[in-house]
Ligand binder design. Structure first.
Ligand code: BES
Ligand code: ZN
Ligand code: ZN
Length: 502
């Protein structure tokens, strides 16, 4: 896929060459002067006339007509050097790869050193290249008789760089590519319809992932879930003809099982709302209600590839949320694995129920830190829109580490509060310890506060991805549909994680 060359050679023959251009008065200088010379100084002239632009994300194509080794040069605008960031680099590269994909190109060379500025070095840029490549060329095949597959795929990428040694660049390419592909796997899971991805299918997927990377795998079926008293997961599953699963994957990267991070992902394979049934428009798209599970599995794939020195236990509670003669109902009182009883006021607030048992089970497996990810509430969309994940926590230090990872991954999040008064509301049932839907004010906060009750003092961060798990529009880094959001943040968080005094 990737080839690295330590000597820059603009005469080498390629179908395409990708060059980054900053928005500055003289564009072809330094390493690019040699390219300009091949055109007798015409490139700087073209740049002056505006035909080749350094404006952020503008992509221009030039047929070289034999004047350079590559048949076509694609200039990618990077904006002003001073305002350059890693996110801009990643998105500009995504835009470039998309243009190549749309032009049905199969081979490309990329002059890496033209993308460097400020504190972004060749290794960072190599990481951005492979990640952006994987993300921006992602396609969900779908089920048309003629699949949504490109006739031609970009399959050969040669990277030219004199700014770092070959090995370092190769290592960064590997890491970026793992991040991109892990995210794409999460996207595919989320894009898959509910009739094709049931709890048993999700479990089978996790089992295969575990087999591939040597994770310890535990998959609980109906009987074991009953025996362990996971009454909250069972209640949500009651209306279904499909069996639930509690999926556990353990990755041990340290010598002993200590400081384990629990990653908990909501795995509702379809959410009808149950008897608090959704509207005919609100129900469409609810195959994506396992976006949290997908993010966790995507992260586990990245972790399996990169093998960081950390301990991780992934826990995924999975079922669909259906109606039927045996389904749970509003007013039911259920007992979770933790022993806490819950008054069900809304069967559509099912995510927090299955997460409750999964949080308890993650702790049972030794999780000392917890991060849960869930398409939990429409309320988070009202609060933060479609581009920002809602975060809640009971621990500043853990939150800082997750937030830091989200910056690096380029996945926006913003914190919402959980105050004592909010806890009073989720604890405000007359007949049970908790209620699952204390009213429509602050849905996102209520969801978070409820899940946090099951952390019981363990440092915990909650990520509500109801708005960010899917995108209505194509972006520079992927098509509309599932985004695979939080796979990269979680994996980065795990890679960089530093345990702390609690
Ligand atoms: N799966 C939904 C949340 C959701 C909404 C995800 C829109 C993606 C897009 C969740 O189970 C749900 O229905 N939440 C309710 C909670 C309420 C009943 C307390 C909501 O947000 O309306
Ligand atoms: Zn729901
Ligand atoms: Zn749901």
């Amino acid at each position: 896929m990737f080839k690295v060359k330590a000597e820059v050679n603009f005469s080498a023959s390629h179908e395409n060459l990708v060059v980054g251009l900053f928005d500055r008065p003289v564009k072809f200088e330094g390493g690019l002067a040699a390219l300009d010379e091949m055109f007798g100084g015409q490139l700087n002239e073209l740049a002056k006339s505006g035909d080749i632009s350094g404006k952020l994300k503008e992509v221009g194509k030039l047929h070289t007509l034999g004047k350079a080794g590559a048949k076509k040069i694609w200039f990618v605008g990077l904006g002003r050097e001073k305002e350059f960031t890693f996110d801009k680099l990643r998105e500009a590269l995504g835009r470039a790869f998309k243009s190549l994909k749309n032009a049905k190109q199969e081979e490309v060379a990329l002059y890496l050193d033209s993308f460097l500025a400020g504190d972004i070095d060749a290794e960072d840029a190599a990481y951005a290249v492979s990640e952006a490549f994987a993300l921006s060329t992602y396609i969900f095949e779908g089920y048309k008789q003629k699949p949504n597959e490109p006739e031609k795929k970009l399959e050969e990428i040669t990277i030219y760089s004199e700014a770092a040694d070959e090995q370092e660049i190769n290592a960064s390419l590997t890491v970026g590519y793992a991040y991109g592909r892990g995210t794409n796997s999460a996207r595919t899971l989320v894009n898959t319809p509910g009739n094709m991805l049931k709890a048993t299918d999700l479990a089978e997927y996790a089992r295969k992932l575990g087999e591939k990377y040597g994770f310890e795998t535990e998959i609980l079926g109906l009987e074991e879930i009953r025996k362990l008293g996971m009454g909250a997961l069972l209640a949500v599953n009651q209306g279904s003809v499909e069996e639930p699963r509690m999926i556990v994957l353990k990755y041990q990267g340290k010598e002993t099982w200590e400081d384990a991070i629990g990653l908990v992902g909501k795995g509702i394979t379809f959410d009808t709302g149950g008897y608090s049934i959704k509207t005919k428009t609100g129900i469409v798209g609810m195959k994506t209600d396992m976006g949290g599970a997908a993010a966790v599995l995507g992260a586990m794939e990245i972790i399996g590839e990169l093998k960081p020195e950390q301990n991780v236990v992934a826990v995924i509670p999975s079922t669909d949320n259906m109606i039927g003669g045996g389904a749970f109902k509003p007013d039911d009182v259920i007992t979770s694995m933790s022993g806490k009883t819950i008054e069900v006021l809304n069967t559509d607030a099912e995510g927090r129920l299955v997460l409750a048992d999964a949080m308890t089970y993650a702790k049972h497996h030794g999780a000392q830190y917890l991060v849960d990810v869930a398409t939990l509430t429409g309320g988070v969309i009202t609060a933060l829109g479609l581009h920002t994940t809602g975060a809640m926590t009971n621990n500043e230090e853990l939150f800082e580490q997750v937030l830091e990872a989200s910056y690096e991954a380029g996945e926006q999040m913003w914190r919402l509060p959980i105050f004592e008064k909010d806890l009073e509301r989720v604890r405000g049932s007359k007949i049970a310890d908790l209620n699952n839907s204390p009213g429509s004010e602050g849905h996102a906060v209520m969801g978070g506060a409820f899940v946090g009750e099951f952390a019981e003092g363990t440092p915990w961060v909650h990520l509500d991805i109801a708005g960010t798990a899917t995108s209505r529009q194509d972006t520079d880094l992927g098509p509309s549909g599932a985004t695979g959001v939080m796979s990269r943040t979680l994996a980065l968080f795990v890679e960089r994680f530093e345990p702390f005094e609690k």
